[in-house]
Structures are given as C-alpha cells and as structure tokens.
Ligand binder design. Structure first.
Ligand SMILES: *Cc1c(COP(=O)(O)O)cnc(C)c1O
Length: 222
C-alpha cells in the first residue's frame, strides 16, 4: 500500500462516520488526488483556482469540490463553475458578489461562513461577534445557501492551543442554529487540519480539512 492510500484509510478508520473528510489538495498532482479518491476520499479541497483548473477535468466526477482559499472577486466566475461548495465566504459583500454571478448562471451555491476565531488582523473571516448579523444579512440572498461555518484558528504547533478557538466557533454555530434563521441550515462545522483535527472533532467539527497527513509535506516549486 502506498503512503497516500495508507494515510487515507487510517484517517477514515479513526474519525467517526458522521465526520466528512476533505482532502486538501494544494500543490498535489492529479495522480495523487486520484489515489486519495480511490482510497475513499469523497471531497477535495482546493485553495487555488489555477491549480483546480488543472486537475479538475481529470477528476471532477469522482469527488465533490470545496473551495477553501481566499476569495478574490476576479476569480468568482471560475469558482462557481468548478466548486460544489465555497467554505470561505468572509463578508456580506463577497456573498453578494457570488450571489449575483450565480444568478446569471442559474445556480444556488452552498456556502460556509469563515469565522476569524482568533481575531487575527492578517487572517480573513468574520469576527466572532459579527457572525450572526452577517449570516442574517446573507440569508436574504437567493442564489447562495448558508450550510454552516468554517474556521482556521491561529496556527500553532500544539493542537491544544487551538481548542478554545474551536470551542468558540462551535458556540457561535449553536447560537445561530437555535436562532432558526430562515434559509440557513447549520449543518456543517468545518474545522481542524492535520495537526488539530482530533481536537476539532472533540469540539464539534463534522468536516475536517486534511492535507499533509494524507499527502505528506508540501514542497512548493517555483
Ligand atoms: C492547507 C490547508 C489545510 C490543510 O492543512 P494541513 O496542515 O496540510 O492539513 C486546511 N485548511 C485550509 C484552509 C488550508 O489552506
């Protein structure tokens, strides 16, 4: 068994059945992605539109595609044609832009709202105290559909340090769920990466985004 196959099978055997595994494919080849899919991966996460365009034609029907990168307005038309879900909607304005373009091609885009749970100035995402209001505003748009929240949390070596940020995001998630905002389904809570997914699941994640632990260390070629 090669490493990718082994790693996917190991992760799938460890995580509860209700948790969705997103294999984060940045810098990976179509062959590597296909191997992960053969081993049982059902969702591929991509940060870069250009990369997704390269591998997508080869593997599109074999998996679902989640956009997990930073949103740029000039990439939206491509994003809404390639991806089945956008996990990184970080403002009402961005959702409105996606809504407009989706209306033109007659599709309703499933989205998650990205929460800046660490309140980090350099990170994208809605500040914790603003999430409910932003969700409520976005819920009035006809061509996007909020299905939950996503967070990265501050990058640390120790997954325990990420726990309070996952806890906070789960609290916001529950609060919005209880508010029963029309047109909003709090179904997915996407948090946790290679070093932190176990803690994230303990804190209520049902989507985890894992790259390195499936494919190995990333080597950036220039
Ligand atoms: C790269 C990335 C991941 C995966 O990180 P790993 O540490 O390689 O598992 C998860 N989520 C997002 C948004 C990413 O950009």
């Amino acid at each position: 068994m090669s490493n990718i196959t082994h790693n996917v099978k190991e992760i799938l055997s460890e995580i509860p059945e209700y948790v969705h595994l997103v294999a984060v494919a940045k810098t990976r080849t179509a062959e590597e992605i296909e191997e992960a899919i053969r081993a049982g991966v059902k969702i591929i996460g991509e940060n870069y539109v250009q990369e997704a365009e390269k591998v997508f034609p080869l593997v599109k029907e074999k998996a679902e595609w989640h956009f997990i990168g930073s949103m740029q307005k000039n990439k939206i038309n491509k994003i809404i044609r390639i991806f089945d879900m956008i996990e990184t909607i970080n403002s009402f304005e961005m959702a409105e832009e996606v809504d407009k373009r989706c209306a033109k091609i007659g599709r309703i885009m499933p989205i998650l709202i990205e929460v800046n749970s660490g309140r980090e100035p350099q990170k994208s995402g809605v500040m914790p105290e603003d999430v409910k209001e932003v969700v409520t505003r976005i819920s009035t748009l006809k061509n996007v559909r909020i299905l939950g929240l996503m967070t990265m949390g501050p990058r640390t070596g120790d997954p325990e340090e990420a726990r309070p940020y996952f806890k906070l995001t789960k609290e916001i998630f529950d609060e919005i769920k209880e508010a029963q905002i029309p047109n909003v389904s709090m179904k997915f809570l996407s948090m946790g990466m290679s070093n932190s997914y176990k803690v994230a699941i303990e804190e209520g994640a049902n989507v985890v985004r894992i790259g390195t632990k499936i494919f190995g260390e990333r080597i950036y070629k220039k």
